[in-house]
Design a protein around this ligand. Structure first.
Ligand code: 17E
Ligand code: FE2
Length: 413
């Protein structure tokens, strides 16, 4: 298979990509901008990028909003309560069906790498068992990383530690946590030590829901970063949300940033989710409740965006389109300067792949898997301005999604 007239991010000219046996076999600069080759896929001067990435979603909870009740306060805590009610009725088939439907939505938006948190605070681990099957069944569409996520706490939930260990034994790829939800600060700290021990022992990655609260005293990020630094595990550790950082004062943050940088950990922000769930205990002025995305980025740290939810107890909207989250995130995080717009796709591609530790399994380069997406735009800036969509998605050299261009009929002048 050949892809002709491709534009690559941050590179001049147009390119031809040769795909053989599911791998990118060659990338060559074209002498002409408008090549015609029989049987080739014509990118027509649009961007060819590695697949979009969804680094933070809860596939076990998607498509359950309102079942049995809606989250009326819009807070994280009511979301957890509503989910706890729905959790009583989940079944193997129900979980699998909703996960596959959601994966279909992600596919439609050019996403091929997904990290899902799966609630393991359930003595039967029903959702995890279902998701391990989904991971295999969906291989032709996505690579799935499964996080053992203790939604109701590790220390505060009966047998929480045991359930985490069991989940990793059963095949979860990533160790999760929720220190800000544990009953006490001490339990928050001990939960992080426990989960870092578990990850170190098993060689798993780490992704902690960390300080997902406007409480400026929620300071578990420093504990996670220090544990990562001391153990030399930074490249394998991610802090999700960290929205309390939006409420920390600058004096503390200035000290914290030094440690974060030393630790080498990654950050995931879910800006649409956080703008909805946070700020709920404020009147006016009202906090944005989002972590310091631009500041982390400018300090040279790795930060990316995730969707978190699609129609679940925490967030009623969402449709699988990570570029919608990028659009909103750039607004919410004050990242619409020219430089930011020029490279904004980093936040939903390369940075997310780095957080997920994908290494050489990801990227447009000779010898890597032929997983790529043609976007309906010629550069990052235009992609976000025009709300472009993934036009074609290729996985291991096979087309897995083709979107027909929107057709507008115009009348009058
Ligand atoms: N669970 C949680 O603790 N936080 C979230 N944002 C979601 C689930 C979606
Ligand atoms: Fe989450």
């Amino acid at each position: 298979m050949k892809i002709i007239n491709a534009v690559l991010r941050q590179q001049n000219g147009t390119f031809t990509l040769d795909i053989k046996d599911g791998v990118i076999a060659a990338i060559e600069q074209q002498s002409s901008n408008a090549l015609q080759v029989e049987d080739a896929i014509d990118a027509a001067g649009q961007l060819v990028i590695p697949p979009l990435v969804e680094p933070h979603i809860h596939l076990d909870a998607t498509l359950t909003a309102g079942e049995p009740e809606w989250n009326m306060s819009g807070t994280l805590f009511e979301g957890i309560e509503r989910w706890s009610q729905r959790k009583e009725t989940i079944s193997h088939e129900d979980t699998k069906k909703r996960a596959h439907t959601t994966i279909g939505m992600l596919r439609d938006h050019g996403i091929q790498h997904v990290r899902t948190h799966v609630d393991v605070t359930d003595p039967t681990l029903a959702a995890l068992k279902a998701m391990l099957e989904v991971k295999e069944e969906a291989r032709s569409l996505i690579d799935l990383q499964i996080v053992a996520f203790p939604q109701e706490g590790i220390e505060s939930y009966p047998n929480g530690r045991k359930l985490m260990e069991q989940a990793i034994e059963m095949g979860a790829d990533v160790v999760g946590g929720i220190p800000h939800f544990e009953n006490t600060r001490d339990q928050g700290v001990s939960s992080i030590k426990f989960l870092m021990d578990l990850a170190e022992r098993t060689g798993c990655l780490v992704d902690v829901h960390c300080d997902e609260t406007d409480d400026p005293h929620s300071r578990f990020l420093e504990v996670l970063a220090e544990e990562a630094r001391v153990r030399g595990m930074g490249a394998r550790v991610t802090a999700s949300h960290t929205v309390a950082m939006g409420s920390y004062d600058n004096a503390y943050c200035s000290k914290l940033f030094r440690l974060l940088k030393l630790s080498g950990i990654s950050f995931i922000s879910c800006p649409t989710e956080s703008i909805h769930l946070q700020g709920r205990f404020d009147t006016f002025p009202k906090r944005r409740g989002v972590t310091r995305v631009a500041e982390l980025d400018r300090a040279g740290m790795n930060v990316c965006f995730g969707q978190d939810s699609i129609k679940d107890p925490w967030y009623p909207l969402g449709n699988g389109n990570i570029l919608r989250v990028l659009d909103a995130g750039l607004h919410i995080c004050h990242m619409m300067g020219y430089q930011d717009l020029q490279r904004c796709l980093d936040l939903v591609t390369d940075n997310s792949a780095k957080a997920m530790h994908l290494g050489e399994r990801y990227g447009i380069a000779v010898g890597r898997p032929a997983n790529l997406v043609i976007l309906d735009a010629e550069n990052d800036y235009e992609a976000v301005r025009r709300q472009a969509k993934a036009h074609l998605s290729i996985r291991h050299g096979e087309v897995i999604m083709r979107r027909q261009p929107e057709r507008i009929e115009r009348y009058g002048m």
